[in-house]
Ligand binder design. Structure first.
Ligand code: C6P
Length: 417
């Protein structure tokens, strides 16, 4: 059935966009693929795939290490990519852009180094403040830090819609708080947190704030200077870039105040058995040979997104979200978990009497890829007294007719079971 009565109000050429994604044009279990697992990882456009293969076929060499032509070329492309990232999130300096393995690695870098920086981590004990809706990547590293330092983990509660309870946040911010670590967009609920306001409040008490931007950067304009974020973390693979590469943005003064994360090549100025001096930013935090082709692919992913316009992406995905919400709610027994006023294009739901895993498996038989389970947010699922949900997460290359297929598929499953 075609439910697509909503006219597109944005100038996005969906056919043209989709033509750049080879993986979208395949059949899965006999049906044209509908890929709604973008929250886990996105598909990749031809320009990103070409950048990776071109590196291996033409520029392959190590960076920052050779005087020979290939190494110089690879180094130039690598450092140009850093500037592309800097401009994309409007960081003040490219020294503030650290290449990591991904969001998880970026958060672990900070949680491992911060307590060794007296400028940032003053005194014993203290508290680390996170929220109920955090991904395990923004919980476990802080628990490990708390175990090591004797700090306490404090959790900001959320309401039934899946929004931070503002008064509780204000109550929990205190002179004991060492850092606030909060997700920009929840990977399960889709909630867009009011991070600018949250950062403002924390800064009134001189508390630094780390933002987990894994689910935000692919879907909305992020301006780290405007937000005044102290640290901002994200992954390339969720924004049509390669896997295994991510970004840690950090204010230069904080990155300078912290010791290195790992020791090895590149992060040093000089080494002797008696004493090693560390390199300047950003290299101080980039020990070892980096994921060069991942960085080059990430730059192409950003250029691709810029070509469409992140504001156009946001508007289009918002229409997908509204359309999907409306038609999913027509299914009897379906309940959406996460109904915040400000939401990104993520819908997690349960259907009365049918296990999420069965729904995911049966949808897959129809060529529709969704995620089922706790989506690495077990405490959040506990908050809603459920063990698992089905999650459909949309990207700018998804269509209204694909949403129709999801809705029809769920109706068939309801009839079957
Ligand atoms: N969430 C999901 O299906 P990595 O794996 O390091 O690229 O990203 C970790 C991460 C951190 N924070 C948030 C909010 C996330 O959504 C994720 C990754 C995926 O929801 C895989 S579990």
């Amino acid at each position: 059935m075609n439910y697509a009565s909503t006219p597109l109000s944005v100038t996005i050429n969906i056919d043209e966009i989709r033509s750049h994604f080879p993986s979208l044009h395949q059949k899965v279990n006999g049906y044209p693929l509908v890929y709604f697992d973008n929250g886990a990882t996105s598909q990749k456009p031809d320009v990103v795939i070409e950048a990776v293969t071109q590196f291996y076929s033409q520029q392959n060499s190590n960076v920052h290490r050779g005087v020979h032509t290939l190494s110089q070329k690879a180094t130039d492309l690598f450092e140009e990519a850093r500037i592309t990232v800097q401009k994309f999130i409007n960081a003040k300096s490219s020294n503030e852009i650290i290449f990591t393995k991904g969001t998880t690695d970026s958060i672990n870098l900070i949680s491992s180094c911060i307590a060794h920086a007296p400028l940032l981590w003053r005194g014993e004990g203290g508290e680390v403040l996170i929220s109920t809706m955090e991904h395990h990547s923004n919980i476990v590293p802080w628990q490990m830090l708390c175990e090591e330092t004797g700090a306490l983990l404090k959790v900001i509660p959320i309401n039934d819609q899946g929004e931070i309870i503002w008064e509780e946040y204000l109550k929990l911010l205190s002179n004991k708080t060492k850092i606030v670590a909060i997700t920009h967009v929840s990977n399960t609920l889709g909630t867009i947190n009011p991070i600018k306001k949250m950062i403002d409040e924390a800064h009134k008490k001189n508390i630094p704030v780390l933002i987990d931007g894994a689910q935000a950067v692919p879907h909305m304009k992020v301006n780290v200077q405007d937000l005044d974020a102290d640290f901002y973390c994200f992954s390339a693979h969720k924004m049509v870039g390669p896997t295994g590469i991510g970004i840690l943005y950090g204010k230069e003064k904080w990155l300078n105040a912290m010791p290195p994360y790992q020791g090895g090549g590149s992060m040093i100025k000089s080494v002797s058995f008696e004493k090693t001096t560390y390199n300047d930013l950003p290299y101080k935090f980039e020990a070892g040979t980096p994921h060069i082709e991942g960085v080059l692919g990430l730059a192409k992913a950003i250029e691709f997104i810029n070509g469409i316009g992140i504001e156009n992406i946001q508007e289009y995905e918002h229409e997908l979200l509204a359309y999907a919400t409306k038609h999913l709610l027509e299914i009897e027994g379906l309940k959406i978990i996460g109904t915040a006023k400000e939401k990104a294009s993520v819908i997690s739901f349960v259907i009365e009497g049918i296990h999420a895993f069965d729904i995911g498996t049966l949808l897959d038989q129809m060529g529709i890829a969704v995620r089922t389970g706790h989506h690495c947010t077990q405490p959040l699922h506990e908050r809603f007294n459920i063990s698992s949900t089905v999650r459909a997460s949309f990207a700018f290359y998804n269509t209204f007719s694909e949403i129709d297929r999801l809705v029809d598929g769920l109706k068939r499953i309801k009839k079957m079971i």
